[in-house]
Design a protein around this ligand. Structure first.
Ligand code: GLV
Ligand code: GLV
Length: 326
């Protein structure tokens, strides 16, 4: 009998084709994100679950799946919503897709840095709505801070943070600061200086959140944090919405505590079009598309499929989440 896989979303065909050669794959058929209850109902008796960063995989899901379940593979690098310990207790392996998406997420971080500092949202609106008369007379129309000569503070100098710094070096950034749980040796490559969170906030012109999410850093960017930032600072988040207190961010953006923000992650996702942050013209929000280049998504699909195929055969996964790995 062919192994049964439930997928909470579709993945590109290079990976899907691989999976379907050996497995019966059922994909959640609706455009909306599957609810936790619907996921529980959908996984009964499966051998593998293909999920996404947005799906919570906990005891309820694992119990519902039952004893056939051998592998949970997320089409993502982040696995903050997967209860890895609960999976391992049941001998269920957990796979993810690190490394292959670092460059595309970093590229989007740079896009958000530029879009929010150079006020692309306002510039585009000026074109689509028609330019108000006289707006550009004083020569400072739609001006913003520049990356050249700036200090960039990277929160989480992991694979993605490093890839952001590598790219920004080419923009003649003057200084990189980073804050992380530990000092990391690869910081030397981009001459990034290990610093306290407070110093990073106070001194950076651009603050870029690249760290993975865990309960310790939920709400890290709150009122106190935004107050420490420069009024000209630009804040960018390409990781998880939970890192940010969005009410505090709204206040910071509307009272001139910071200049602008660029977010690829929000709470919830997708964020409602009626959310106050969405109305702000100094806030650029994207629907979590950090890894969304065609090449990266195809590569991720293959890695995810190989993780599942290895898992159902009891072989080592291509990229396995271990117990204490962060
Ligand atoms: C997306 O956020 C991911 O974790 O890959
Ligand atoms: C975090 O997810 C990283 O890859 O740095």
């Amino acid at each position: 009998e062919r192994p049964k896989i439930f997928a909470t979303r579709g993945i590109p065909s290079p990976g899907m084709d691989l999976l379907q050669e050996e497995c019966d794959v059922t994909v959640w058929p609706h455009a909306r994100i599957i609810s936790h209850e619907e996921l529980e109902e959908s996984v009964v008796g499966v051998d593998g679950i293909l999920c996404h960063y947005i799906n919570k995989i906990d005891d309820h899901i694992l119990d519902a799946a039952g004893p056939n379940l051998k592998v949970v593979a997320t089409f993502a690098v982040g696995y903050d919503l997967i209860d890895v310990e609960a999976c391992h207790k049941r001998n269920v392996r957990v796979g993810h897709t690190p490394n292959v998406l670092s460059d595309s997420v970093a590229e989007l971080a740079v896009a958000l840095i530029l879009a929010s500092s150079r006020r692309l949202r306002q510039g585009m609106a000026a074109i689509t709505n028609g330019l108000a008369d006289g707006k550009w007379e004083n020569g400072l129309y739609l001006c913003g801070p520049e990356t050249k000569g700036s200090t960039v503070g990277i929160v989480g100098l992991g694979r993605i943070g490093l890839a952001v710094a590598r790219r920004l070096k080419g923009f003649d950034v003057a200084k990189f600061l980073y804050y992380d749980v530990n000092e990391v040796p690869w910081a030397a490559e981009v001459s990034a200086e290990f610093t306290s969170f407070e110093k990073l906030l106070t001194e950076s012109d651009f603050v870029v959140a690249c760290c993975s999410s865990n309960t310790d850093n939920w709400g890290l960017f709150d009122k106190a944090a935004f107050k420490k930032m420069k009024s000209s600072a630009v804040f960018v988040n390409v990781t998880r919405g939970v890192l940010v207190n969005q009410d505090d961010l709204y206040e910071a953006l509307t009272t001139g505590q910071i200049f602008a923000a660029g977010l690829d992650a929000t709470t919830p996702e997708p964020i409602s079009k009626d959310h106050p942050l969405v109305k702000l013209d100094n806030c650029v929000i994207l629907p979590h598309i950090g890894s969304s280049t065609t090449a990266t998504r195809n590569t991720m699909s293959i890695m995810t499929a190989k993780n599942i195929l290895a898992g159902i055969k009891g072989e080592p996964l291509v990229q396995c989440v271990k117990n204490n790995e962060n």
